[in-house]
Design a protein around this ligand. Structure first.
Ligand code: GDP
Ligand code: IMO
Ligand code: MG
Length: 424
């Protein structure tokens, strides 16, 4: 059967630092393949003093000799995609050489974005806090069997197909009392599609099958995080795709028995952007401190991220539904020099203690917090300060998976690969 594929994904509410880790480990792989989500994602990479934010393009794009593939599970906005391509070109990265796009990936239309905004406005105070990139409406058209796919753009009647779907959307927008997308948006979209269809379009399931048969090393890159998964996240405050490891199978066409490692990325604390339950949220000076030190502002929307203590029941849940085999802990530096550190080890639901994520994590869920030792700064003779090692050991013990990578800053170089102690 050849080689097997590794999966890297978010184990919390997104923005865990997936982009950084993919960039760090990319030299170990031949192919990096994004499997779901779209321009709602913002994956940040930092090296040689420069910061790069990727939305649709996989995070292996800066590594020479790495093929980057946008899988069928991804939704692509051609306009945002083109901006990304041009921004990369401006710094000398020509994606034409190294980027493949699945014909089965669905397209985000300007009217999808308008529908996203209309739906959120209609929800009022119970809005999801969507990134307004059109993600929900595009996946709705996919499952509703109305969508447009990248491969359709190779057909001579692509403009007619575009107009037919747009018309449908305009009728919906009318019901919401919203205007249709402006004419310029349509022209911009069709021009961007011309660039998109000139790229290397592939049947990614066949491409990856062949790559694995030839012994190539493939890494599947997730977007968002486990608690934003459409099935297992804090529904309805979630995104519209399967962000978990199973999503890598459906989003790339790779069978489950071809998955090897599943790497879960998590922050030493928790953040969430947008609405929805967040049991360990700190709406106080400590939360503010973490936000400022961690620069917790969205890479896609610039919104302030909500911050809170590390949530072990939630992380344990992520380990379970993804089959995580190893963890990478990010932003450890942000918790340095803090007088008081806490970790959530369970919840109280209606007065009863549990260490399981309940079905409905609303305000009835109260976190059980354990005080833990902190550490001073990161300057030490050992690779990691003892206090930080103890913090990691506690996580490993509770979730039963080793932490094999520890990130101590946003730069590629600020990364420690860790020989994990045996965990049960
Ligand atoms: P992603 O969506 O999972 O790729 O994560 P984002 O890029 O949206 O957010 C992670 C943010 O944290 C980015 O600004 C990174 O540059 C930054 N970052 C990643 N790892 C570390 C770290 O270990 N320490 C600090 N201070 N920042 C980090
Ligand atoms: P990366 O890949 C953090 C959140 C939004 C909102 C909800 C639904 O950078 O980790 P959507 O636009 O998908 O309809 O929004 O999901 N969200 C993210 N939060 N990181 C992301 O991606 C996210 N993508 C979507 O804030 O609450
Ligand atoms: Mg992000």
């Amino acid at each position: 059967m050849g080689a097997r594929m590794d999966v890297l994904l978010g184990a919390q509410w997104g923005d865990e630092g997936k982009g950084k880790v993919v960039d760090v480990v990319a030299p170990d792989y031949d192919v990096i393949a994004r499997f779901q989500g779209g321009p709602n994602a913002g994956h940040t990479l930092l090296f040689e003093g420069r910061k790069h934010v990727l939305h649709t393009i996989p995070s292996g794009i800066f590594r020479e000799d790495t093929v980057n593939l946008i899988g069928n599970g991804v939704v692509i906005d051609p306009v945002i995609f083109l901006k990304e391509v041009n921004a990369l070109k401006a710094i000398g990265v020509d994606v034409r050489n190294s980027l493949l796009i699945s014909r089965r990936a669905h397209l985000i239309l300007p009217t999808h974005r308008a529908l996203d905004a209309a739906s959120e406005a209609e929800k009022g105070t119970s809005k999801i806090g969507s990134t307004l990139k059109g993600i929900g409406p595009t996946y709705m058209d996919k499952t509703g069997r109305n969508g447009l796919r990248v491969g359709d753009m190779e057909l001579h009647d692509r403009s007619e197909r575009y107009r037919a779907l747009t018309k449908k959307h305009e009728r919906l927008l009318l019901q919401y009392g919203r205007p249709a997308a402006p004419k310029e948006a349509e022209e911009e979209w069709l021009a961007a599609v011309d660039v998109l269809r000139s790229m290397r379009l592939v049947d990614s399931e066949h491409y990856l099958d062949q790559a694995l048969r030839n012994g190539k090393r493939v890494l599947a890159e997730g977007a968002q995080g486990t608690l934003l998964d459409i099935d297992f996240g804090t529904y309805p405050f979630v995104t519209s795709s399967n962000t978990i490891s199973a999503g890598a199978c459906t989003g790339l066409g790779v069978a489950p028995n071809r998955i090897d490692k599943v790497v879960g990325i998590f922050k030493a604390y928790c953040t969430r952007v947008g609405s929805g339950p967040f049991p360990t949220e700190l709406e106080n000076a400590t939360g503010e401190h973490i936000r400022n030190v961690g620069q917790e502002f969205g890479s896609t929307t610039g919104r302030a991220r909500r911050c809170g203590w590390l949530d072990l029941p939630a992380l344990h849940y992520a380990v379970m539904v993804n089959g995580i085999t190893e963890l990478a802990m990010m932003k450890s530096d942000v918790l340095s020099n803090m007088d008081e550190l806490r970790i959530c080890t369970g919840y109280k639901v209606d007065g009863k203690a549990t260490d399981r994520m309940p079905y409905d994590i609303t305000s009835r869920v109260e976190p059980i917090l354990q005080q833990v030792d902190g550490w001073g700064d990161l300057s030490t003779d050992t690779p990691l300060p003892h206090g930080l090692e103890r913090y990691i050991a506690m996580i490993e013990e509770r979730v039963g998976v080793p932490v094999t990578l520890v990130s101590l800053g946003p730069d590629r170089a600020e990364t420690v690969h860790r020989q994990a102690a045996a965990v049960h």
